[in-house]
Design a protein around this ligand. Structure first.
Ligand code: GLN
Length: 282
């Protein structure tokens, strides 16, 4: 069977929002090329129908394409991902933008709950003078992040440690990034997410705010005087996390993702320096 027919047949069966894209990615993976090369030059290649059917079956069972392929693009960089790490979301690029807007040329960066390392490594990629530390509770995730640092040529500027949020850290940083778990334990997630991604990276107590309550009060001791922290939030959590941040003495600013939803709160200890919307979202 040619790749072209195999892709068309799979696209007609696959679940999710972008079955054609997923079928193309699976076929490209099997042929050993990237998607654009597949579309330009390999659509008439013969494809191993049995091996392709095995990949399609995994996707039919709602396994995320990123886990089947073992990697995912974020900030135009290629990150290895495993079931030990959350899959990087485009929404989280909002945090990279916020951090870069606040960063000098050589920032010291801390990434709490680093997972694949995508936030820290994207910022370091954009700031060749910077260095940073990623923390994760999962040893397996820290190994994936170290591997990503090496693959991206950033290993000399990025260290990864296993620890429980800020517990292992005794230095101050210009930038702190965190995409903590923020889903309420009784919320229902798509099977694609709930069935495959690490629960410890998703759920954070009944209201999803448990980890903000732990992280935010600890940030003051970890920031340089002009430093800032950039936290991902669920789109309906801006006001609630804002309250936690204000109670801890921070001046928050809100940034929205590409869909216009609240996605990142940037916190400073002193004045707001124009990091985002200075007023509450209402
Ligand atoms: N944005 C993720 C989702 O798909 C949640 C990630 C997180 O909890 N940090 O729900």
């Amino acid at each position: 069977m040619r790749a072209r027919e195999a892709i068309a047949a799979a696209a007609a069966r696959l679940p999710g929002d972008c079955p054609r894209l997923d079928a193309e990615l699976l076929a490209a993976h099997l042929i050993g090329v990237d998607r654009s090369a597949l579309l330009l030059r390999h659509l008439d290649d013969a494809i191993d129908a049995v091996a392709f059917a095995a990949l399609v079956d995994r996707r039919m069972a709602d396994e995320p394409v990123a886990y089947i392929l073992g990697h995912r693009e974020f900030w135009s960089l290629d990150f290895r991902v495993t079931p030990d790490t959350l899959i990087p979301r485009p929404d989280s690029e909002t945090l990279v933008e916020a951090a870069l807007a606040a960063a000098g040329p050589a920032p010291r960066v801390l990434d709490l709950g680093t997972g694949s390392g995508c936030l820290l490594l994207s910022v370091l990629h954009e700031r060749p003078g910077g260095w940073g530390v990623g923390v994760d509770r999962s040893e397996a995730a820290a190994r994936v992040a170290r591997d990503n640092a090496a693959r991206l040529g950033l290993a000399a500027r990025a260290a990864f440690v296993v620890g429980d949020w800020t517990g292992a850290i005794g230095a101050r940083f210009d930038l702190i990034l965190a995409n903590p778990p923020y889903v309420g334990t009784s919320e229902t997630l798509d099977r694609e997410v709930a069935g495959y991604e690490p629960r410890s990276a998703l759920f954070a107590g009944p209201d999803g705010l448990d980890d903000y309550r732990r992280i935010i009060p600890a940030l003051g001791a970890l920031l340089t005087p002009a430093g800032s922290a950039h936290l991902e939030i669920g789109h309906a959590q801006a006001d609630l996390v804002w309250e936690i941040a204000a109670a801890a003495g921070f001046t928050p600013a809100l940034r929205r993702d590409l869909a216009g939803r609240p996605r990142c709160l940037s916190l400073r200890t002193a004045q707001d320096f124009g990091l985002g919307e200075a007023k509450r979202s209402g």
